[in-house]
Design a protein around this ligand. Structure first.
Ligand code: SF4
Ligand code: SF4
Length: 694
């Protein structure tokens, strides 16, 4: 090295190492291929999942959620950092590729970058490397110094991966430094020889390194140049091969995970893809019992989880201390896959997951509220997996004690309360109601245009029957030609399906579809978001369905519904988005528009609203199943309303009403806080002059 006199001699060191670099390339690519092949083994053994349709829609998702990083800004600090790193990686990908080739072909220049574009691209990459490096430093400081609570790993879920995360961040930082040092050493050598040095972007990492190297001798620069290249290459391949062993695997899998994500999140996964309902009796086993019962896409989800904790941070079950954290549904399955599909040796055959990596209570704790999926930047699907695990438990006869009675009642009577079918329309019978509103029971085709689908809870719960009556009164007032199915209506089966009882759900659905078709109606309306979601997404061959808030909002806009001003000005209202109206169906504005149309109504938003709404505690069968928890979800929700300065919680779901009213009592806020359904408030405030008649 002492004899080095020119820049050419500095860079010629790369030539000397060509054989070594080539060997590292071959070894790195070979190892990566082997590791990925091993990681793909369980996916090949997994269940079918039909994800090859709708290529344009899928591509759109890739552009929005992968390239556009759509969900990341929801967490401002971590999101901004991720977006910077992601953009940096994209920009640096071409440079990394060129640098790798330079080791075996020193004069290689990426096509398109030999002319004027080259220096421009180099300037951009100098800054990109600097930004990524700074982000790594910041991320390490954040992890060590002020780590957000969502990264913590509760003891029951294992150990925190802090050391692993820091190791990976450090590797990326080393990669950036090596890349920059490589460029800086060359530019310094060129400058020392009085040649036109490659311009390094001012105040970038390579630029600072160049300044630091100004007095370095040529031989030392030669060593640095060679060393930086070697470090870059080794770190690059080490990272490539190390990532599939942990959370960083998402760097490779995220694009595919987003491309293959469900285009319609609201539609629940069928029991078996490719097996129609009529042929389900030929399916030997329902749901997920072993790891291999998951579909290949769900396994890809496990690999793609970045362990960012956003899902669990928003999960109401996790927030109230239920034994469920959606993040660990995936992490535990991934750990299982790594353990049972080792790099060397045979794959272990599937053992039961419940009791081994998941507890029963964990899987029953989910309210299917969708907050986890709404938040996940990688579009990981939690609900389908949880429902599939429940299907597996139900298939094994593993039904929680408290659910056995309502499920039996649903089977025998078509409702979870075991009430007689003929009592289904009893809510219409109070005399004072009948004097103001006649509700037709549709026995076959009675010429009604609109069906009001009431569903079980509103039909049978004494408190919630009020929602049924005011809904009918509103429909009557706006002149709808409507009726109900009465005894011919069974439970919509929404919760039954989400609790994994697919066969029972199918029986309820078949009955209801036949009744609806026989009624000859052209439209359906319901005041129950769970029924709405079932009719809209789980049923086929029925007329279009609306939630009552949509119908009311339309009538308000058309000027057919007007409101009297609110009288008590001390009231402050807040709207609680029901999960199956908001998150699952994106109906956020209609209920708010209705509230805002009431003169004098003062409305505030809770900190968690719209797509970040906090589940009230679970509708449907959750009323019959209470997992262990530190606090009720409803109580937490009521506290949020109080914190927002509200004293009236308006919702648009009978299940929310039960949970919130109950929570108000439990919180000792009776008299200070009230809850009301949107339909009840509309009925209360409606200006009825010149009342229309149906
Ligand atoms: S659906 Fe809701 S309750 Fe279930 S895991 Fe996701 S956030 Fe938690
Ligand atoms: S599932 Fe999604 S939100 Fe949850 S930890 Fe993984 S990447 Fe984050």
């Amino acid at each position: 090295m002492v004899g080095i006199q020119s820049t050419a001699q500095v860079t010629s060191w790369l030539d000397a190492g060509r054989g070594l670099f080539l060997s590292i390339h071959v070894l790195g690519i070979g190892c990566f291929g082997y590791i990925v092949a091993k990681r793909l083994t369980p996916l090949i053994r997994g269940q079918r999942d039909l994800r090859f349709d709708q290529p344009l829609t899928r591509l759109g998702k890739v552009l929005k959620y992968w390239l556009g990083q759509w969900k990341h800004p929801r967490y401002r600090v971590a999101g901004t950092m991720h977006m910077l790193i992601f953009a940096g990686f994209l920009v640096l990908a071409i440079r990394a590729f060129s640098v790798l080739i330079v080791g075996v072909s020193q004069n290689f220049v990426m096509p398109g970058l030999s002319g004027r574009a080259g220096p421009i691209y180099n300037t951009i990459t100098d800054y990109a490397a600097t930004i990524v490096f700074l982000c790594m430093v910041f991320a390490v400081i954040r992890r060590l110094g002020f780590r957000p609570a969502r990264y913590d790993v509760p003891a029951r879920y294992g150990k925190a991966h802090t050391a692993d995360a820091i190791f990976l961040l450090a590797l990326i930082a080393i990669l950036m430094v090596a890349d920059s040092l490589f460029a800086a050493a060359k530019a310094t050598a060129q400058a020392q020889q009085g040649q036109l040095a490659e311009a390094l972007a001012a105040f970038s990492l390579p630029w600072f390194l160049q300044r630091a190297l100004l007095s370095t001798s040529l031989p030392a620069l030669g060593k640095l140049y060679f060393g930086a290249y070697l470090l870059h290459e080794v770190t690059f391949y080490f990272l490539l091969c190390y990532r599939p062993f942990g959370i960083q695997f998402h760097v490779e899998t995220s694009l595919f995970n987003i491309y293959f994500a469900k285009p319609d999140r609201e539609i629940l996964k069928p029991v078996r893809w490719g097996v129609s309902d009529e042929h389900l009796d030929q399916v030997k086993s329902f749901g997920v019992k072993t790891f291999e019962d998951f579909t290949w896409k769900h396994m890809l989800d496990f690999y793609s989880c970045a362990d960012c904790g956003r899902c669990s941070d928003n999960c109401p079950a996790n927030a109230v201390g239920r034994p469920l954290s959606p993040r660990f549904i995936g992490i535990k399955a991934r750990d299982y896959a790594f353990q049972h599909y080792p790099m060397f040796g045979h794959a272990g055959n599937g053992s039961r997951l419940i009791g081994k990596i998941y507890s029963e209570d964990e899987i029953w704790s989910c309210t299917t509220c969708g907050a986890c999926e709404e938040e996940c930047p990688l579009l990981v699907e939690h609900i389908d997996k949880i429902v599939d695990l429940r299907r597996g438990m139900i298939d094994d006869g593993n039904v929680p004690q408290s659910l056995q009675k309502p499920l039996k009642a649903l089977e025998n009577r078509g409702n979870p309360y075991g009430k007689m079918e003929k009592k289904k329309a009893d809510w219409t019978k109070p005399e004072n109601f009948q004097q103001t509103c006649k509700v037709r029971i549709l026995n076959g085709n009675n010429g009604a245009e609109l069906l009001y689908f009431v569903d079980s809870i509103t039909s049978f719960d004494d408190r919630l029957q009020s929602i049924g009556r005011v809904t009918a009164k509103i429909l009557n007032y706006v002149g709808e030609n409507f009726g109900i199915l009465g005894a011919a209506e069974q439970d919509s089966g929404h919760e039954v399906r989400r609790f994994g009882e697919e066969t029972l759900f199918m029986a309820l659905r078949e009955h209801n579809i036949a009744s609806i078709q026989a009624s000859g109606v052209r439209r359906i309306v319901t005041a129950d978001p769970h029924a709405y979601n079932a009719l809209k997404h789980d049923y086929q061959n029925i007329p279009p369905v609306e939630h009552i808030s949509q119908l009311i909002a339309r009538e308000v806009k058309a000027g057919n519904l007007r409101f009297n001003p609110v009288e008590n000005n001390g009231r402050v209202y807040t709207y609680h988005d029901p999960c199956y109206l908001g998150r699952h169906n994106q109906i956020y504005d209609d209920p708010r528009d209705v509230l805002d149309a009431i003169p004098g109504l003062k409305r505030v938003e809770m900190s968690r609203s719209r797509d970040r709404s906090f589940c009230c505690g679970g509708g449907g069968l959750m009323l019959f199943y209470e997992p262990k928890e530190d606090q009720r979800m409803g109580v937490k929700r009521v506290q949020m309303a109080a914190e927002a300065g509200a004293n009236v919680i308006v919702t648009a779901c009978p299940f929310c009403m039960v949970n919130i009213e109950d929570a108000i009592k439990v919180s000792g806020l009776e008299g200070k806080m009230t809850a009301i359904d949107l339909t009840e408030l509309v009925d209360q405030q409606m200006a009825r002059e010149g009342q229309k008649v149906a």
